[in-house]
Write a protein that binds this ligand. Structure first.
Ligand SMILES: Nc1ncnc2c1ncn2[C@@H]1O[C@H](COP(=O)(O)OP(=O)(O)O)[C@@H](O)[C@H]1O
Ligand SMILES: [Mg+2]
Length: 267
């Protein structure tokens, strides 16, 4: 079964038709890079996949469960299996690096918030949190405030937090867009090593074509709210990727086109 299956997904904000019939299937343990210029709809697609945005139409299945059709406890239990890494890290200021990682266990077990206080978190949970920090190379920073860390280090803390959650599916929304190229590459490499170790299914958006040509199994390219490219990375040339940046790329610049556009696919 596919880990992620999206059919005929549409989403508008006001009169901007952001997602225009997205079709996407990702088998378990595949790592897909979602490439596209700013404003083409990547973040909106990712928000629909983790239930943060409600589709206007279409199906969003995670492991065979249509997340648009569930609420409450059932939705929370599906979302627990979806890890999210954001461009701006979304760490909590004024608490330690260690505590930020512990938040990865929130919702993971009964008594969530309380159990993630370092003083009363069970030893087993604290040990696992420390092991996650160690995996990202930051065990020695456990007691610091996140704001003392560099951007690359902060994103590694966010990755450790996701590791503690131990999701089956990882959605990363431009995880390296706020980092300089060197730190960005280091974070991409760490992230991809970890997802491979754990066999996670990944959808990771990027807007830089240089990175998309280096990472992941498959490239899915978006332009103005549609998928224009879907092929194994090895089969996609830079020129083809470059096409995603030509012409009208933003959804708010593009009038709503009728009917589907041809998608460049190759086996
Ligand atoms: N919450 C929102 N409210 C209104 N418009 C939105 C919202 N989210 C996205 N949009 C519209 O969709 C466009 C594409 O947004 P987004 O999905 O963030 O693209 P990307 O992540 O590829 O840059 C935005 O430029 C904006 O016009
Ligand atoms: Mg975005």
């Amino acid at each position: 079964m596919e880990a992620i299956r999206v059919c005929d997904l549409h989403k508008s904000y006001g009169d901007v038709h952001v997602l225009r019939g997205i079709e996407l299937e990702i088998p378990r343990a595949e790592c897909v890079i979602l490439l596209g210029a700013n404003g083409c709809g990547k973040s909106t697609l990712i928000r629909c996949l983790n239930g943060l945005a409600q589709p206007d139409r279409g199906v969003v299945d995670i492991d065979g469960v249509d997340i648009a059709g569930i609420r409450g406890r059932h939705l929370r239990s599906v979302r627990r299996r979806i890890g999210v890494v954001f461009q701006h890290f979304n760490l909590v200021p004024n608490v330690s690096v260690f505590q930020n990682v512990l938040y990865g266990a929130l919702g993971g077990q009964p008594g969530g918030l309380l159990r993630t206080l370092p003083a009363i978190a069970p030893a087993e949970l604290r040990d696992r949190a420390m092991a996650c920090l160690d995996r990202v190379g930051l065990a020695d920073r456990a007691g610091q405030d996140c704001r003392q860390l560099s951007g690359g280090q902060q994103q590694r803390v966010a990755i450790a937090r996701t590791l503690l959650q131990d999701p089956d599916v990882l959605l990363a929304d431009e995880p390296v867009a706020s980092l300089d190229p060197r730190a960005g590459r280091a974070v991409m490499e760490l992230l991809l090593d970890i997802v491979r170790e754990r066999g996670m299914t990944v959808l990771c958006s990027l807007h830089q074509l240089e990175l998309a040509s280096e990472y992941g199994d498959r490239v899915v390219g978006m332009k103005a709210g549609r998928i224009e490219l879907d092929a194994p990375r090895a089969n996609v040339s830079r020129d083809v990727m470059g096409g995603l940046y030509q012409g009208v790329v933003r959804v708010d610049d593009a009038p709503v086109a009728e009917g589907p556009l041809p998608v460049t696919r190759s086996a």
